[in-house]
Ligand binder design. Structure first.
Ligand code: AMP
Ligand code: ZN
Length: 132
């Protein structure tokens, strides 16, 4: 199922030029409001809201595009690291109700203390080494 009101379905349907990679079940595009230089979204073509609704072949194609997108970003921007994340549900911060995986390139010094990475969604709990 796809919906006319879904921004990601529309981007796919219109073959917009921020789509940089695709395979049978997924496509990848640069995020319109990047949190870092080269922030890419891996998006299954089928319109479902949750990562947990995906079939295995869709997850495999998403993984293959993650690998391809990493190669592309390594070449284009030479980041020092990556975060991969999926927001599932409004409590977890999801805002677009078509499943997508964030691939976020990270650069030396882009935040003062990167320790803990995605643990920093709870800002005071990122650096657990401070409480050891
Ligand atoms: P989430 O909050 O996990 O649902 O992520 C939604 C992502 O979609 C955000 O990173 C937005 O920057 C991105 N986004 C929203 N609207 C657009 C758009 N029109 N084009 C490209 N990216 C978008
Ligand atoms: Zn959609």
């Amino acid at each position: 199922m796809s919906t006319n009101s879904c921004i990601f379905c529309n981007i796919l349907r219109e073959k917009r030029d921020n789509i940089v990679l695709s395979n049978k079940h997924c496509f990848a595009m640069f995020d319109g409001y990047p949190v870092s230089k080269g922030h890419i979204l891996i998006i299954p073509k089928r319109h479902v809201s949750s990562f947990f609704q995906l079939e295995l072949d869709e997850v495999v194609d998403a993984y293959l595009l993650l690998q391809e997108a990493k190669k592309l970003l390594d070449k284009k921007f030479k980041p020092a690291g990556y975060n991969i994340g999926v927001n599932i549900g409004s409590a977890a911060g999801q805002t677009v109700w078509h499943v997508h995986i964030h691939l976020i390139p990270r650069y030396k010094g882009d935040v003062e203390n990167p320790t803990g990475g995605i643990r920093n969604i709870f800002p005071d709990k990122g650096d657990y080494t401070k409480i050891l």
